[in-house]
Design a protein around this ligand. Structure first.
Ligand SMILES: C[S@@+](CC[C@H](N)C(=O)[O-])C[C@H]1O[C@@H](n2cnc3c(N)ncnc32)[C@H](O)[C@@H]1O
Length: 453
């Protein structure tokens, strides 16, 4: 019953179409001229169009033809199950299968076959039943339908040509148009079936690279003034006054305190300082060490709102605490907010940081730069003001400089501030970042004019 025949276009009743975006009809006409019509359109025995609307438009409106090759789909017979799955399905593409399934459902629901005989045979056709009749699984229909509705025409075509699986095409249909176009390009350029099958992984890689590039761009565009990074030689107890810090003006306090007994008497001061300078919803991230952690937490709890605890761990040389006979390869850090956490401010973050580099060039307790950058990216945005009240080797400030965050930092030890100033000068260099062949930058780097020590 479904053999191809030439029928007169003017006899075809088009009715309501499911497809809204018709894409490039001129391009389709051009390809029909060059390669012929690869797939006929589908019509019912009484000439109602079932699928192939774009092809019909190309034939009628662009190529000015009177006739078009069509396959006749006998919906009555279909509904009564007279077509065996394989004989019916073999020549049809996924989008044509969608069109037929939909036609079958609307056909019975619309009641335009009201004969006694018909009603006796088909009372109502659900989506599940329509899929059974045309011989495919519901989830395959759902995937293909989504592609037909949401995907760009080139992706629909790849699905129809079975160059992309229904599942992959449906996932790609959720993506913005530019990503779909990129995926189509990659599939067309693929030389092996394995490459084509890996298209979702490829697309995820492209998306991640774009996100990184986007973030990098934002970092590059962040304010670049001599005021961006400011280092002071003073105790943090004096920093508000010395740096002219306004209350509730800071987005993030990111710091790494001395872990030993010598700092315990200052914990309360620190908690109070952070409570004063942080803006409502701002975040306090502090490496605390395991020693007397309970006392530190008690002090922070007085002024701030506990959120979580993270760990930085490393392999290799470890810390030993002889009194407890413990060998330690990790340092805990706490995450607090002032009041409630500002919604949408944090990126997804991992609470266990792995570190494989030992960086002690600027301070004996120096943290790895990449780790501080990870924390900054997790909790702050380019342009945010970050304070590190215990600068040490000023790794927080260096990370802020790299990522376009403003930073105010201090240390009570003058030598540390001198070294910190040198470090920031030497690390402030023009930088071009390349992501998937795309050059981004040069990165804006703060021109340093630090406070004289
Ligand atoms: C653990 S180190 C910071 C190391 C730093 N995170 C880095 O990556 O180089 C802590 C620093 O806090 C400083 N410090 C201690 N008490 C201070 C205070 N009251 N005000 C400012 N700095 C202080 C110490 O001099 C020390 O350099």
């Amino acid at each position: 019953m479904n053999s191809t025949t030439n029928i007169s276009i003017s006899d075809i009743q088009i009715g309501d179409r499911f497809r809204k975006d018709l894409g490039d009809i001129d391009g389709l006409a051009q390809s029909i001229t060059e390669d012929g019509l690869l797939q006929p359109i589908g019509v019912t025995p009484d000439n109602r169009l079932v699928f192939g609307y774009r092809r019909l438009l190309a034939f009628r409106d662009v190529l000015k033809r009177d006739e078009i090759p069509a396959v006749v789909i006998d919906i009555d017979n279909l509904a009564r199950g007279e077509y065996v799955e394989n004989t019916f399905r073999k020549d049809l593409t996924a989008s044509e299968m969608v069109a037929i399934t939909d036609a079958l459902r609307s056909f019975t629901r619309g009641g335009d076959r009201c004969s006694e005989q018909y009603r006796n045979n088909v009372v109502a056709v659900t989506k599940k039943r329509a899929c059974e009749i045309v011989g495919w699984k519901l989830d395959k229909y759902d995937d293909a339908k989504k592609v037909v509705q949401l995907a760009i025409p080139e992706l629909v075509q790849l699905m129809d040509e079975e160059k992309v699986s229904l599942h992959a095409a449906a996932r790609l249909a959720d993506e913005p148009e530019d990503i779909q176009k990129e995926a189509v390009k990659r599939v067309e350029a693929a030389t092996t079936a394995a490459e084509r099958r890996g298209i979702l992984r490829t697309v995820n890689r492209i998306k991640r690279a774009r996100q990184r590039a986007e973030q990098r761009r934002a970092e590059c565009e962040a304010p670049d003034t001599s005021e961006s990074i400011r280092l002071y030689h003073c105790s943090f107890q004096k920093l508000t006054e010395v740096a002219g810090l306004k209350p509730a003006s800071v987005h993030c306090v990111l710091t790494d305190i001395p872990f030993g007994n010598e700092f315990l008497s200052q914990i309360n001061d620190l908690a109070q300082f952070v409570g004063e300078v942080l803006a409502e919803g701002g975040v306090f991230v502090c490496y605390v060490g395991q020693h007397k952690l309970n006392e530190k937490i008690r002090a922070f709890d007085q002024h701030l709102n506990y959120q979580w605890m993270g760990t930085s761990r490393w392999v290799g040389r470890c810390n030993q605490m002889h009194s407890l006979n413990v060998v330690s390869n990790s340092i805990p850090f706490v995450v607090y907010t002032k009041g409630e956490r500002a919604p949408s401010k944090w990126s997804k973050w991992i609470d266990t940081l792995e570190c494989d580099s030992r960086e002690k060039e600027f301070h004996e307790w120096q943290r790895p730069l990449a780790e501080m950058e990870t924390l900054l990216r997790s909790f702050t945005m380019p342009g945010d003001l970050v304070v590190d009240p215990c600068g040490g080797g000023f790794t927080t400030a260096a990370a802020c400089q790299n990522l376009g965050r403003k930073c105010i930092s201090c240390d009570s030890d003058k030598a540390n501030v001198v070294v910190g100033r040198q470090r920031l000068r030497s690390e402030a260099k023009e930088e071009v970042v390349e992501v998937e062949g795309e050059k981004i930058g040069p990165a804006s780097v703060a021109h340093l004019s630090h406070e004289m020590v």
